[in-house]
Design a protein around this ligand. Structure first.
Ligand SMILES: [Fe+2]
Length: 261
C-alpha cells in the first residue's frame, strides 16, 4: 500500500501553526492538485490550520463542541457506541452558508447497506457549533476544494456530521460499521478533532477497482483527509482502549459536499 498522499510533509503541533496566510493559500492549492490527480489527499494539521488561520485557543474552543454530542440510537441498536449531531446547509457561489431544514438523513441505497430505505433523524448541530468561526472557515476551504473537482458547479449541499466513537475493553468502537463504502457525494472529508486513549482508527481509501490508494491513522488534531467520492471508497478500522481500564474515544468531523440539483 502506498504511503499517504500528502500535500505537504511538514508536521507541527497546533501551538506551532504558521500564521502566514500565503502559506495557507499555497497549502490549499497543493491539496487541491493532489486531490484532483490522485482522488485522495491527506492534509497535515499544520497546513489545515494555516489555511483556516486558526490558532490553539480557537481550536480548543472548536473541539469542545464534541463534548456536547448526543447518542446515535441507530448505531446503539447495532451495538456501536457513537455520539453525533447532524446539519445540512447550502453553500452559495458567493460563499454564504445557508442552513437547511435537515429533516431526516437518508443515504443512497448503494452507499450504506446498514440503513437501506431507513430514514434516520439526528439531533441538530448546536447554535454555538454553527456560529463557530472555525466551522465557517472549514466549510469555505472545503467549498474551494469541491469546486476544484467540479468547476462548473456553483452551489453545494453541505452535510455535516460531528462524531465521537467510543470503545471500552472488550467492545471495540466502529467508526464505519457499514464497512468499506462511499457516501454518494462529490467530496467526502474527515477532520480529526481528537483522540483519547485510543489505538486503531486507521483510515483506508481505495480506487474504483478496489486497489488501495492510501492508508493512514489520523492522529494529529486538525489533520484532514479528503476524498473524491465519485471514484473512491473508504473505511476506518475499529478503535480500542490503549489503557483497558479507561474508555477510548475518537472525535472527527465528517463533512460532505454535493452539487445542488
Ligand atoms: Fe463515509
Amino acid at each position: 500500500m502506498r504511503a499517504p498522499l500528502r500535500a505537504s510533509a511538514r508536521r507541527r503541533s497546533i501551538g506551532g501553526m504558521r500564521s502566514d496566510a500565503g502559506a495557507g493559500a499555497a497549502a490549499a492549492v497543493a491539496a487541491g492538485r493532489v486531490l484532483g490527480s490522485a482522488g485522495v489527499c491527506l492534509m497535515p494539521s499544520v497546513d489545515v490550520l494555516a489555511c483556516l488561520g486558526v490558532g490553539g485557543a480557537e481550536w480548543e474552543r472548536f473541539a469542545a463542541h464534541w463534548d456536547d454530542l448526543v447518542v446515535d440510537r441507530y448505531a446503539a441498536a447495532r451495538g456501536t457506541r457513537r455520539l453525533r449531531r447532524y446539519g445540512k446547509f447550502v453553500l452559495t457561489g458567493a460563499g454564504e452558508l445557508r442552513p437547511r431544514s435537515h429533516g431526516t438523513f437518508v443515504q443512497p441505497d448503494d452507499t450504506n447497506r446498514l440503513y437501506v430505505g431507513v430514514e434516520r433523524r439526528f439531533e441538530p448541530l448546536t447554535d454555538a457549533f454553527v456560529a463557530d468561526p472555525v466551522f465557517g472557515k472549514l466549510v469555505g476551504l472545503l467549498g474551494v476544494l469541491a469546486r476544484g473537482l467540479e468547476e462548473e458547479r456553483d452551489e453545494w449541499v453541505v452535510l455535516v456530521h460531528p462524531f465521537r466513537v467510543i470503545a471500552v475493553a472488550g467492545q471495540d468502537g466502529q467508526p464505519t460499521p457499514e464497512g468499506r463504502h462511499r457516501d454518494g457525494v462529490t467530496l467526502v472529508t474527515s477532520l480529526l478533532v481528537g483522540r483519547e486513549n485510543a489505538v486503531g482508527g486507521r483510515s483506508a481509501v481505495y480506487d474504483d477497482g478496489g486497489a488501495p490508494l492510501l492508508a493512514a491513522t489520523l492522529d494529529e488534531p486538525g489533520a484532514l483527509l479528503l476524498g473524491d467520492d465519485r471514484r473512491t471508497e473508504h473505511e476506518v478500522s475499529p478503535i480500542r482502549p490503549l489503557d483497558p481500564a479507561a474508555q477510548a474515544h475518537r472525535d472527527v468531523l465528517v463533512t460532505t459536499l454535493l452539487p445542488v440539483g
